[in-house]
Design a protein around this ligand. Sequence first.
Ligand code: GDP
Length: 527
Amino acid sequence: MSKTIDQALQNEVDKRRTFAIISHPDAGKTTLTEKLLLFGGAIREAGSVKARKANKHATSDWMAIEKQRGISVTSSVMQFDYNGHRINILDTPGHQDFSEDTYRTLTAADAAVMLIDVAKGVEAQTIKLFKVCAQRGIPIFTFINKLDREGQSPFELMEELEQVLGIRSVPMNWPIGMGRELSGVYDRMKTQVELFNGKDHSTIEVQKVEDYRDPIIKEMAGEFLYDQLCQDIELLDVAGDPFDYDKVLRGELTPIFFGSAVNNFGVQTFLENFLELAPKPEPRRSTAGMIDPMNDKFSGYVFKIQANMNPAHRDRIAFLRVVSGKFERGMSVRHVRVGKEIKLAQPQQFLAQDRDIVQTAYPGDIVGLFDPGIFRIGDSLSQGSDIIFDELPTFSPEIFAKVTVKNALKHKQYQKGIDQLTEEGTIQVFNTVSFDETILGVVGQLQFEVFEYRMKNEYGVDVQLQRMPFQFARWIITDKVDASKFRINSTLVKDKKGNHVVLFENEYAMRTAIDKNPDAQFLEMAP
Ligand code: GDP
């Protein structure tokens, strides 16, 4: 491989940033995403992302949702250019769409932006998504939103991040007043103030200052807010964590930015700082060791499959994260699990603002492959070698239901459906040890709805789901598994690989079992 091509690949890798925004519904993710797209010129008007979101939830009918997905899938990945960077934002759906897909999507990101409502602080869904990011050790950047509203003090929020999420933080900027008093932010890194001007806060003025004590700030923001700013920054300088870039990259320290997405306040500086600090596409683990993006052979893995984009054709799209090398339309690649060469000849879709056919893609990019049913979640594709990227983790289900087939004559199709949908990662399946019952486990209610719908429409099987009271699943590792120990508020089952799993109705039952079985290990995910 010649030097010039390596340099070309290096340039493409260097300019890419692939990240997900994690937040609880209503924190302002759609608004922030839209502002970022506006900066990148990817959309022309505010409101276009929002309109799509509104459509998507206009009806709870799955079929209609899926129809919408034909459009909204383009927002599963949003790509735009800004200041010489190519940015890929991965969408992680809100609570109505929350499912294992949401978690898996995070494995395709190299960094996360954690968006927090200044008044509500760290919320339930933020915690879940944060945990997945923390497990992967990816850098997390925090944007505290809605500064134009009355909320908690910045110090309280920092404390909350540490108490609830266990992460230390370092403010990159600091609010000058909040809520109705909000007059600007002081940028600690660039030593400049951004002022929020005019009655309706419609203009933003940037002023270079000496440091936070600069009298210009007093002139602009008034004595009271100036004094408060000085006190706060002095305290931060003395008692706060210093900015340590290595800790940021390891996900041990989160840089915090304050702003207001809807007012476009603090968004641009956030974006610029983020692009500077966020990592370029990272290597991924595989059976052949770490695969570096600069490896000149193309490789990638499937992290999500979107089915039923068009029910008439049963088309599916497999989302592939490019890990190394250059992806080219029409190239031949090795489909490692199947052990075959396949030609990616059908139009590949590159999911940017609109569905386009992709000609080339580079590490960090997401490519949508038309899937005639040959891909599964976790599949690896590579040029000429047999590397397998680590199987995507399965996540501990939290909602369970017993499934039965209404018409016993349909048993064969039923089994086929269960097998395929499990492989695709739509649901997790467990079987009771004593009776022949099948239990489905999911992380989001929507997964049950998708399961029911697809069993009927793709396999012609009507299923009945009966919710079960369990809330936790733990894979048990022990010499001798004794089902009789798990009868009260719990039950022993097996996963599809035959591993033993205990389902618990509540945390107390789980704690008790762990205490009573000191020789056993209880794992949150399949071993
Ligand atoms: P999502 O559910 O996280 O995507 O949140 P949205 O972007 O839809 O925002 C939820 C609500 O918060 C909407 O009514 C937004 O207009 C509002 N919002 C977003 N950012 C701000 C902000 O900076 N200040 C205020 N006051 N409201 C905001």
